[in-house]
Write a protein that binds this ligand. Structure first.
Ligand code: ATP
Ligand code: MG
Ligand code: MG
Ligand code: MG
Length: 488
């Protein structure tokens, strides 16, 4: 089944159960001081749960463009390295605002997965909240009893507070959740570990696809729980993961959500991507695969953010977008040997593929393409300058170790990533002094903190509405974490 049809069927199914279908909210949030990007389906409905606004319908369903690259949910570092976490992904969701509760939510989820999508029941596991007396939250007996009518007991797994209990904050609405996991292991792998032992033996091919949250309590200031007057359902299912389960593959990147983009990268770079079914690839091929996954994932995040009005910039959300794009450029530059802009060419493929359901990507196609091309050209120039400088540094270095201060200068002034410096030096049988680099970084951070004025330099100090100052980054892979911002 094509991804387009999978999405349609989800919406049609919930429409048939009396849900109003609404469009996705923008990926970039403009007026929520607590959140930069939409990171779940429920974000746009927050006010309904808090009772500050009334929904158009008590039952709503949609697919929400989500971005998990900052704050509480930051999956960036996994992207490219695993096959089921993305920066941008679609979250399919159905909601009940004070209407139906656990019984309908669970039964419908099961009906959709097993009867409409026809996922074999023996490939599904579910989890139920185990309870936590220390924090006054009870075992979710009700969900357990409902699941027991649908699935063998040894496929119901108990989950802890971290995975199976949702809270808005220290106070306010909260409640247990029930997750659905799909088991995509081969028969051989299944024979090795089965049933509940999977809990302690996470397998990369047993993947969480759907989270059903039951908001049933209100946590009071003294930590105690009371039943909410109206109980709500909030569910979220990863669209790309669902496509993986339904298209008989074991990686999101082997679904038709990604294969057209991957084919285009292959065409442009002359490199080949190997599907997840092909095991034991060489180290070099592995790196190529990671880089291609990074590129095809990141272009979606960046393109949709720009289409929703967030241009790459030096502050706030724009800065996060710029960093994501630069991460993709860097992976291309380092592992796919792309020395010219190329990511912008993927926008046409994306618009073609997603434009029917998300018209903004089509209507903004020219802008998105041009912005990405410009960003690529400018960052590649920076990388190029850095490379030349590095050559000079190498020439001036006696012995096999470049000074940490020089490596830091490259990083600080030219945005030349330290892992790239390490890689290039390694090829020459050299390295740089990491302790010295770290000490320079520390000094720079102190300087940044002391500086009161704003610098427009891309790589040093950034000011966000005069409330946040960027204090530098220490590791390239972790660079977009919001914790890097210090309140001033
Ligand atoms: P995981 O444990 O796999 O990180 P999660 O528990 O953080 O997922 P939820 O917050 O429960 O995810 O979100 C609901 C659903 O959204 C998940 O069940 C999953 O299918 C999907 N999802 C979550 N994060 C991502 C991501 N980074 N990329 C793709 N799909 C995701
Ligand atoms: Mg997660
Ligand atoms: Mg989870
Ligand atoms: Mg979850």
């Amino acid at each position: 089944m094509k991804s387009q049809d999978i999405r349609k069927q989800f919406l049609q199914f919930f429409e048939s159960k009396g849900h109003l279908i609404v469009p996705s909210a923008p990926i970039v949030l403009k007026d929520d001081p607590t959140l930069m990007f939409n990171n779940s389906g429920m974000a746009q409905f927050k006010e309904y749960f808090l009772g500050n606004a009334t929904p158009k319908s008590k039952r709503i369903a949609d697919t929400q463009k989500c971005l998990r690259v900052s704050g509480k949910h930051n999956d960036l570092e996994d992207v490219g390295f695993d096959t089921y976490h993305h920066t941008m992904f679609e979250m399919l969701g159905n909601w009940s605002f004070g209407d139906y509760f656990k019984k309908d939510a669970i039964n419908w989820a099961w009906e959709l997965l097993t009867e409409v999508y026809k996922i074999p029941k023996e490939n599904l596991y579910v989890s139920v909240f185990e309870g936590n007396p220390a924090e006054n939250v009870p075992f979710d007996q009700e969900a357990w009893d409902i699941w027991k009518t649908l699935i063998d007991e040894d496929r119901i797994i108990l989950g802890n507070k971290k995975d199976n209990f949702w809270e808005m904050g220290d106070q306010g609405p909260c409640g247990p959740c029930s997750e659905i996991h799909v088991d995509l292991r081969t028969a051989e792998e299944k024979a090795q570990v089965s049933g509940k032992s999977l809990v302690n033996n996470d397998h990369p091919q047993v993947v969480e696809i759907w989270n059903n949250v039951f908001m049933e309590f209100n946590r009071k200031a003294d930590g105690s729980l009371e039943k909410l007057p109206a109980q709500h359902v909030d569910t979220g299912m990863g669209f790309e993961r669902l496509c993986m389960a339904l298209q008989g593959v074991t990686s999101n990147y082997d679904t038709d959500v990604f294969t057209p983009l991957i084919e285009e990268v292959e065409k442009i770079t002359g490199r080949k991507y190997t599907s997840n079914e092909i095991k034991n690839v060489s180290e070099e091929q592995d790196k190529t695969n990671i880089a291609i996954r990074v590129v095809v994932d990141h272009v979606r995040a960046v393109a949709f953010a720009i289409a929703d009005g967030q241009l790459p910039s030096n502050t706030g959300a724009g800065y996060v977008i710029r960093r994501i794009l630069r991460r993709a450029i860097r992976y291309g530059f380092t592992f796919l040997d792309t020395k010219e802009p190329f990511i912008y060419k993927l926008v046409a493929v994306l618009a073609n593929q997603m434009g029917e359901f998300f018209p903004e990507i089509k209507s903004q196609q020219n802008l998105v393409t041009n912005v990405i091309r410009e960003e690529e050209a400018s960052f590649l120039r920076t990388l190029d300058q850095g490379l030349q400088l590095l050559e000079n540094v190498v020439k001036d270095t006696k012995g096999a170790e470049v000074s940490g201060a020089k490596a830091f200068e490259l990083y600080d002034t030219f945005g030349f990533p330290k892992d790239l410096t390490a890689l290039i030096l390694k090829e020459k049988g050299m390295s740089y002094n990491e302790a010295e680099f770290d000490s320079e970084l520390q000094k720079q951070k102190t300087r940044s903190r002391a500086a009161s004025e704003t610098s427009t330099d891309d790589w040093t100090i950034l000011v966000e509405g005069n409330t946040e100052t960027f204090v530098g980054y220490d590791e390239v892979e972790k660079e977009v974490k919001i914790t890097r911002y210090r309140k001033v």
